[in-house]
Design a protein around this ligand. Structure first.
Ligand code: ADP
Length: 476
């Protein structure tokens, strides 16, 4: 296939190398999906300690003297089918812990660590690497926000930049005094440029400097211009409204498909789903006459997890059951454990991160709960669609874009794919759980909703086409 253009994708995490959230899924999936429509994308990310073992298989393509306190190099090559470039800067990334934090909490120098990633990205994009010169730099989230700024202020070398917001809650804050250390132009410290409430924000810098801005669902793009969702950035984004667009994420349907589960099933025959449910319930000691709801999530305020303790007792009384997989805030983990202790045989909770177990939950569950207060796109409701595990979601962000509520009209028209509730509080969620119990009891309607869900296209094709169209526009 003829190459339509080259894109340098810059991010802090990428499946299958390292993942803390949905960002990694997207960064890892885009190159393959875009290759199919003629775009050559390579991913630049830090060589964290856990990735250092991979460096031996890669070739050095870039050397950077004194990258914020030490020399660095970029090692490139193919890992697990992905063209990646790892920024090897031991003074910044060779540390015990996760990408953003160590045993003592967030790294004190995160602003520098990701400014460094952005600095190298901008320089490599400008000059090209080893005969490969990108047309576009695609920056993801606050960690790569400064890349657009470095291109904008330091000369773009003909490279256009796009910044994708995966979650506005993380903004890459730094004190104003860091401006020079972060290699930003001091005369740009004013509200219309780099200044952000008296300090700096790499996300804001990216939003101001990027040629285009995208976010991971159309609804989230609109929400971000409102104070309830913009988290302080609403003014900045509204000002750039003419270059903002929303492109829904997809999911990897090679990995997330009931056809590849140990007891496979399909939209034509859901028998396998019943078998998965029965096996799971037997193993976990669950006996659930009504719908078995599952929840796979970070346990944080964003995800509305606190609503469960209030609403689940009524759901259990209606015959429901719940299986939870997640980790996060200690208080929310404790709340989940209390639910399990209170409802033996109806609630099963596993605290931790476990990809294989999450597959089992989607294969076994009747419904997946996503009561988020905000949700840029959300992936688990899409797994739910693919698995006929009916999504019950709050009406925010990408959740509202991907699930069609089982209203009387939608049920009559035969188009409903789940339950969508609003407002995001215990009343809204509680009523939605009641509707779930009722819908599950009307077997014909339930089967219809399940099948509609499974027929929704949730793969990367539509997203890749949308990104390809955006890139083409940027080059035109
Ligand atoms: P976010 O990125 O805000 O955490 P998303 O729904 O976009 O939310 O993506 C979360 C991803 O992480 C999904 O792929 C989900 O299945 C996965 N995930 C979350 N918690 C767990 C867990 N405890 N075990 C396994 N996978 C998890």
């Amino acid at each position: 296939m003829q190459v339509r253009g080259r894109v340098l994708s810059v991010a802090s995490e990428c499946v299958p190398l390292i993942k803390t959230g949905g960002l990694a899924d997207v960064v890892g999936a885009l190159p393959g999906a875009l290759a199919k429509v003629g775009w050559d994308m390579r991913v630049l990310m830090p060589a964290y300690r856990a990735l250092r073992a991979r460096l031996d298989d890669l070739d050095e393509v870039w050397f950077e003297q004194n990258l914020f306190g030490g020399d660095a190099r970029v090692m490139a090559g193919e890992i697990d089918g992905l063209q990646v470039m790892l920024l090897d800067a031991p003074h910044l990334y060779d540390r015990e812990g996760g990408p953003y934090s160590g045993p003592g909490g967030d790294w004190f120098d995160n602003a520098r660590r990701f400014a460094a990633l952005s600095w190298v990205a901008a320089r490599m994009a400008r000059d090209g690497i080893d005969g490969w010169k990108p047309d576009i730099l695609h920056a993801h989230d606050w960690q790569a926000g400064f890349a657009s700024a470095y291109l904008y202020y330091g000369g773009s070398g003909g490279v256009a930049s796009v910044l994708t917001i995966h979650n506005i809650a993380f903004q890459g804050w730094a004190p104003a005094q860091a401006l020079v250390d972060l290699r930003l132009p001091p005369d740009q410290f004013y509200p219309g440029a780099l200044e952000y409430y008296g300090g700096l924000s790499s996300l804001k810098a990216g939003l101001v400097c990027a040629d285009r801005i995208t976010t991971v669902s159309p609804n989230y793009a609109a929400e971000l211009m409102r104070p309830e969702f913009g988290m302080g950035m609403e003014g900045v984004i509204a000002q750039r409204a003419s270059v903002v667009s929303g492109i829904l994420n997809g999911v990897d349907t090679g990995v997330w498909s009931p056809a590849v589960e140990p007891m496979p099933y399909s939209v034509k025959s859901l028998k396998g789903k019943a078998a998965n449910r029965a096996a799971f319930c037997a193993e976990m000691g669950l006996d659930v006459p009504g719908p078995l709801a599952v929840l796979v999530s970070r346990l944080t305020d964003q995800k509305g997890i606190d609503l469960l303790e209030t609403c689940i007792p009524d759901f259990i009384a209606g015959g429901g059951g719940l299986a939870v997989l997640g980790s996060g805030d200690a208080l929310l983990e404790a709340a989940m454990r209390r639910l399990e202790a209170r409802f033996p045989g109806r609630v099963s909770v596993r605290i931790g991160y476990d990809e294989a177990y999450s597959h089992r939950l989607f294969a076994a569950g009747d419904a997946v709960l996503v009561p988020s207060r905000f949700e840029p796109c959300g992936l688990t409701q899409m797994y739910g669609l693919a698995y006929g595990t009916v999504p019950l979601v709050s009406s925010v962000g990408g959740l509202a874009d991907t699930v069609i509520h089982a209203s009387p009209a939608a049920l009559t028209a035969g188009v409903a794919t789940g339950i969508v509730f609003h407002p995001v509080d215990a009343t809204g969620f509680g009523l939605a759980l009641r509707q779930l119990v009722q819908l599950y009891a009307s077997k014909a309607q339930w089967a219809q909703v399940q099948k509609n869900a499974m027929k929704q296209p949730v793969g990367w094709e539509a997203s890749a086409a949308a990104y390809a169209a955006l890139y083409a526009e940027m080059l035109a």
